[in-house]
Each structure stands twice: as C-alpha cells, then as structure tokens.
Design a protein around this ligand. Structure first.
Ligand SMILES: Nc1ncnc2c1ncn2[C@@H]1O[C@H](COP(=O)(O)OP(=O)(O)OP(=O)(O)O)[C@@H](O)[C@H]1O
Ligand SMILES: [Mg+2]
Length: 340
C-alpha cells in the first residue's frame, strides 16, 4: 500500500488505490474561529462538522469553514499562504495537521510510503520552500508514514502524461501559486513556481469591486465562465479581467525561463494545464491562445486539460509512491544467490 497527498494552499487531498479505482479524500485547507458556548460545542459534536476546541474558542476546520464564514460574516483563516506554511498564522501547524490526518487516515502498514507534493521555489518572490517541506515531512512522519516530497509540477507529469512517456510541460494553477515543470522521459528539465494563482485573482477582484474575498471565491467556484462580454462592471467581469492578467503573467514567466534553458530546438511537446484555477470554461482555450502569442524555443503539439483538475497532483503523487514501493519491493524479493 502507498498513498499520495497534495498539500495545497486551498485544498488538501489524499489519493489511494482501491480495487475499483483511485479513492480521493479532500478538505479545504482553511478554518474559521467561532465563540465557544456549550450549546455550539454540543451541536458541532453531534454533526459531521470537523472542529477543534482550544481555550474559549472553537475552530471549524476544512470544507465547512467557508460556509460558516459566509453565515457568520467572518473571514476564513488559512494555514498556508502563497504555496507554503503561513508565517502570519500561529495556528497553522495544528490546523494543517488535523486536516491532513482527516484526509489520509492512519497508515495501513507501519511506515507506509506517502509521497506529498511540495512547490518549487518561486522565481518572482524570495521565499524559500525548504522550511515548509521539512516541517510537513516531520509532521507526516509523526503520523506513522514514510514521507517523501515530490515536486508539484512533476506530479502533474506523472498523473497526466504517462501516455507520452512522461514528456511534456505540466502546469498546475493552484490557489497560492502556479507550478511549472518541463519533463523529458520522466526527468525534470526545468521546474519553478510563480507566486500567483486563484487567491491573487480573488484578492484583485475583491479590491476592484469592494466585495469580501470569501464571497468572491464562492461566486468564482460556483458558476463562473471566462467571458469578457457579460457582467462588465460586476464581480464576474472583474474575475475575467484578472484571470486573463494572471494567465499573461504566468505565460510570460514560462517564456522567460524556457529561454534561459538549453532546450533541444526541435522538441515537440504537449502541455497539460490543471489545478483548481484551471476549472472555469474557457480557461484552456485562453491559455492556448496566449501561449501561442509568446516566443518559446520548442513547439507545442497541443494543450490539454484533464476532466478533474483538482485531483491531478494527488494522483501523480500516488503514481510516484506506488512506483517507488514496487521498486523497493522488487529489491527485497530478489532471490539471493545462496538461496538457489
Ligand atoms: N470551479 C472552480 N472555478 C474556478 N476556480 C476554482 C474552482 N474550483 C476551485 N477553484 C480555485 O482553485 C484554487 C484551488 O486549486 P488547487 O486545489 O489546485 O490549489 P492548491 O493546490 O490548494 O494551491 P497551491 O498549489 O497554490 O498551493 C482556488 O483558488 C479555488 O478558488
Ligand atoms: Mg496545488
């Protein structure tokens, strides 16, 4: 047995192989603080709502946090920011631990292999991902697993480009970041992240329209299509404008980075765009159109997007964990010369 885990700024997901396919468990990586009362605690304990009590506060954690925030007119708090553990949030580690335990469950065997996603260092900000990665590693190890980090962009390649010999450009548009990896026969040629994603779009649209950020996120996730003709002056109009701006920014960074690498000129590769932010209708086409406007030193055969973009990274982490488990297993089961 082995598991894959995607620890993202907005969502934490686990992936595990079952007889009838891959099972995913997902929770929102966010929480909201509510005043403690005996009644509130009793109500929450009888419900399925994930929560913990700390002193005179109760924290509603995971998927229900956004609903509670919208009802109580509070803001959600997030353990991670721009792809890594937040340095402004003192409750970050206990909250992320609670959510991770809930999505992964206990290991099925001691030291079960678990690959978890970790972002590449961003090229447009000076934050380092090392502390984040090491902290998660020790947290997951305390849970009884044998953890190993996998680059988020590489996880996309494992998940979506098996049919093309793990060769291509994988782009994961998340909440805090966008992770990019160019792989050639399962070897990463270039990997980096850009410190912009869905959260940036939400914040800009919130500022432009004077709407609370949580409200913007709900509208965006509910039923938003990239369309530049309707709702001009409204929230959806603002979302479209900042979506396009974010796409342009990321594509320009890809062009700049690729240009600096020594890449074979007649390479012809597919591009996979995935991650929660790639969900809206019209995203793949807009990406394709803007990518063809910039000059890059290799050709793009096509731009693809999976049906379930939220699952790509967790699925890729699972593929990597299972393949490592198999290769470990084959080393152990090799007959030794003396046994023959
Ligand atoms: N249907 C949807 N339409 C538009 N945006 C969506 C939709 N569903 C999710 N999102 C957005 O996708 C983002 C979350 O995607 P994802 O889970 O891939 O990111 P993450 O892995 O948590 O973040 P990161 O990789 O940056 O750390 C959020 O900004 C969320 O609002
Ligand atoms: Mg992600």
């Amino acid at each position: 047995m082995a598991k894959g885990l995607d620890v993202g700024t907005m969502n934490i997901l686990s992936a595990e192989q079952e007889d009838d396919g891959t099972k995913f468990v997902q929770q929102r990586n966010s929480f909201v603080e509510i005043e403690y009362s005996d009644m509130a605690e009793q109500m929450l304990s009888r419900s399925q709502v994930l929560h913990i009590r700390k002193d005179d506060k109760v924290y509603v954690v995971g998927d229900d946090a956004l609903n509670f925030a919208n009802i109580f007119n509070k803001e959600t708090r997030r353990p991670m920011e721009v792809g890594i553990l937040s340095s402004d949030e003192s409750s970050a580690i206990p909250m992320i631990k609670l959510i991770t335990e809930q999505v992964t469950g206990d290991p099925s065997i001691p030291d079960e292999k678990l690959f978890f996603s970790s972002p590449a260092d961003p090229i447009d900000s000076d934050v380092s991902t090392l502390y984040h990665q090491k902290t998660l590693e020790s947290m997951i190890s305390d849970m009884g697993y044998d953890p190993e980090p996998i680059n988020e962009g590489m996880a996309v390649i494992y998940s979506e480009l098996a049919g093309n010999n793990f060769t291509g450009l994988g782009v994961s548009f998340g909440a805090g970041m966008t992770n990019i990896c160019l792989s050639y026969y399962a070897v990463p040629v270039m990997k980096f992240s850009v410190a912009r994603g869905g959260d940036w779009v939400d914040q800009q649209a919130a500022q432009a329209t004077g709407t609370p950020v949580d409200k913007i996120t709900s509208i965006k996730e509910d039923d938003f299509t990239l369309d530049f003709t309707t709702d001009v002056g409204g929230v959806e109009g603002a979302l479209s404008i900042y979506y396009e701006n974010m796409l342009d920014y990321v594509i320009n960074k890809i062009a700049e980075e690729v240009d600096e690498e020594d890449i074979e000129e007649n390479l012809d590769v597919p591009v996979v765009v995935t991650g929660g932010t790639s969900n809206p209708d019209g995203f793949e086409d807009l990406f394709d159109k803007h990518l063809r406007d910039v000059s890059i030193p290799f050709s793009i055969s096509d731009v693809e997007s999976p049906d379930d973009p939220l699952y790509s990274v967790a699925r890729g982490a699972l593929v990597a964990a299972r393949s490592e488990e198999e290769s470990d297993g084959s080393t152990v089961s090799q007959p030794s010369p003396s046994s023959e």
